[in-house]
Design a protein around this ligand. Structure first.
Ligand code: GP9
Ligand code: MN
Length: 617
């Protein structure tokens, strides 16, 4: 009897395949704990593990003669994948998806920052590859082939459980990829996305929101665009939009060691209308998504850079509307045109002149491009000929120097910072912003020298935060707390400054109307007194007091910002949180919260539908 039991156990369990599966299970569990803080063994066993195990079984069946090699390579790929996902999540606070593979060539977007994201423990994910699997192979090399040691029954079990779990996953809405992946499995989250981005998209429906309905969903009474008080205030002026890399709101009027961080922008405020409560709304396309928001007033796709979804279409953009109204349009960015697929984005938006690293001199470089002073001098050099060809010019200038990791050569460090800032992420950030601020100041002087400043609108705003994710150390947090007088919070992170400098018209007005980057285009067009011929999702910030904003990728899907609340939907690691939008203190006042969530999702879905229609070939 005892012998029979031992034989039975040996034949059923003490097989190499059991060890391989056990090692895989431990690895998947470690992945779940690190990425999703998910410690439930049952959940891992039923939801996450079967699909990964099934993939391995399939590989083993395909490579029948080289089974152990297949197991080893699969483990190596998995270890690499998990470490990449870990790094990605640490920086972007969301898990990557299959289509992010296309962005690998753009990994210098976080460039020198990658080194700041890892710890030596991360490499424990390779322990099975270098040690455990070779050992299991060594001790079992004389037993019968692994594929004939109960592998079939494992394969059948995993197929059944995996299939059931995938069917269950399809029954839930995918609002946030990370949250979905935690609840329904990482592989399942990818399968559902493949489906939604292909077949699902084709059947997308629209609720056809009118401008009036949009205004109502945001809590406003609709007023026709031409009847706003600001309509045409800056009619026929040249326009310079300066999209500043990583510029956050908290640096404006901020002093460090007795020095202003942005003396030039602060001085400019005197001839500007300043909005200090505007949120970034970019998705995975970072800088390029900010360009998209500025020129379409539509939401970015979110999980995928919007540039990846525009194909060869011609979008009814700000540029096309300005062209119809007598403007020449130019864009300047000192990076390679293929970065963020701007070779597709710019024709889709319809600029007359495009200047990138092919035209802008790059003898000198900081980070991944020439310093901003070279960019601004180049703009200045182009203006005279453009102004002789066009009565009015729209110039879109995208700075680059203040990009993570913000390391500046000594001669470009204009701030005298105390010792404790030395070599810190925050210290470097402030130095790089101070540098770009100086270049903006000089550029304004150049506009004055050219005699066009008084006839211009200069719109300055930040593209997205610079200080976020793992590179911000505890010491950086202490420095920020000292600087801001409170813990660095989500609002500090997400607010971008917005200055509409209109000399002779504005004299230092400031407004705390809630806004998003989606509102920049309608606000600008209203000042210029020009109507757009497609629907804009944003609105004129001068006109409307209430707002309702969505943000994808950097906040979990289903999050929203309203005048009173900032709601972060549950994510893979954190539960839902609700803050008072004015004080950023946590609040329990959930009054009309669900309605706001629903309205935000409705507005974003409507925006996506417009984008999909406009970008259909
Ligand atoms: C790339 C530059 C920086 O061309 O605009 O992009 P980011 O990494 O900020 O998205
Ligand atoms: Mn950027």
């Amino acid at each position: 009897m005892k012998d029979k039991l031992v034989t039975y156990l040996r034949e059923s369990f003490f097989q190499p395949i059991t060890f391989v599966m056990f090692i895989l299970f431990i690895k998947i569990t470690a992945f779940q704990v690190v990425i999703f803080d998910n410690k439930s063994i049952v959940h891992n066993l039923l939801v996450e593990f079967p699909m990964w195990a099934l993939l391995l079984m399939i590989l083993m069946m395909v490579f029948k003669k080289r089974t152990w090699l297949a197991i080893w390579i699969y483990s190596l790929i998995l270890s690499t994948l998990f470490v990449v996902v870990m790094y990605y999540t640490r920086y972007f606070s969301t898990v990557p998806s299959y289509y992010d593979v296309k962005q690998i060539y753009q990994s210098n977007s976080v460039g020198g920052t990658v080194a700041l994201l890892g710890t030596p423990y991360d490499y424990l994910f390779f322990l099975d590859v270098v040690l455990i699997l070779p050992m299991v192979w060594y001790f079992s090399r004389f037993s019968k082939p692994i594929t004939r040691s109960g592998a079939k029954s494992w394969a059948i079990t995993f197929s059944c459980v995996g299939l059931i779990m995938t069917i269950i996953a399809f029954r839930y809405p995918l609002i946030d990829v990370s949250y979905f992946a935690k609840k329904h499995g990482y592989i399942q989250s990818q399968i559902v996305q493949v489906f939604e981005r292909s077949i699902g998209k084709a059947f997308a429906t629209n609720d056809n929101l009118t401008d009036k309905e949009l205004a109502k969903l945001k809590g406003n009474d609709f007023v026709p665009f031409t009847e706003h008080d600001t309509f045409g205030l800056a009619k026929d002026r040249h326009v310079f939009t300066i999209q500043v890399e990583s510029l956050q709101e908290f640096v404006i009027n901020q002093k460090v060691n007795g020095q202003e961080v942005t003396p030039n922008l602060n001085a400019l405020l005197k001839e500007s209308a300043y909005f200090d409560n505007v949120y970034q709304q970019i998705g995975a396309g970072n800088t390029s998504d900010a360009e998209w928001l500025m020129h379409t007033s539509l939401y970015p796709e979110g999980m995928d850079p919007t540039v990846n979804l525009i194909d060869d279409s011609e979008v009814p953009s700000l540029l096309r509307t300005l062209s119809k109204n007598g403007y020449g349009t130019a864009t300047y960015h000192a990076d390679d045109i293929t970065y963020w697929s701007r070779d597709k984005l710019y024709p889709a938006l319809g600029f007359d002149y495009v200047f990138t690293s092919d035209e802008i001199p790059d003898e000198e470089e900081i980070g991944f491009g020439p310093p901003d002073e070279v960019l601004f001098s180049f703009v200045e050099s182009q203006l005279p000929s453009q102004l002789s060809n066009h009565e009015k010019m729209y110039s879109n200038i995208i700075t680059l120097t203040s990009h993570t990791p913000f390391e500046m050569p000594d001669e470009f460090e204009f701030l005298d910072l105390p010792e404790k800032y030395e070599g810190t992420y925050v210290g470097n950030y402030l130095q790089s912003i101070r540098y770009t601020d100086e270049q903006i100041g000089l550029f304004i002087e150049q506009l004055k020298d050219l005699g066009i400043y008084e006839d211009s609108v200069v719109l300055i705003y930040g593209d997205h935060s610079g200080l976020h994710g793992a590179p911000v150390t505890e010491h950086d947090q202490v420095l920020l707390k000292e600087l801001l007088g409170h813990e660095y919070n989500l609002q500090d992170r997400f607010l971008v400054p917005v200055l509409f400098t209109v000399p002779g018209i504005f004299n230092g007005e400031s407004s705390s109307h809630l806004g998003g980057q989606i509102d920049l285009m309608p606000t600008l067009l209203n000042l210029l007194g020009i109507e757009h011929d497609a629907q804009m999702i944003g609105h004129n910030l001068f006109q409307y007091k209430q707002n309702l904003l969505g943000m994808r990728y950097y906040l979990p899907g289903g999050s929203f910002i309203s005048d009173k609340m900032l709601y972060t939907a549950p994510s893979a690691k954190l539960p839902a949180s609700l803050y008072d939008q004015k004080t950023m203190k946590k609040t329990k006042n959930t009054n009309r919260m669900q309605e706001k969530i629903d309205n935000t999702l409705l507005i974003m879905k409507h925006s996506d539908f417009i984008r999909t229609e406009q970008t259909k070939e």
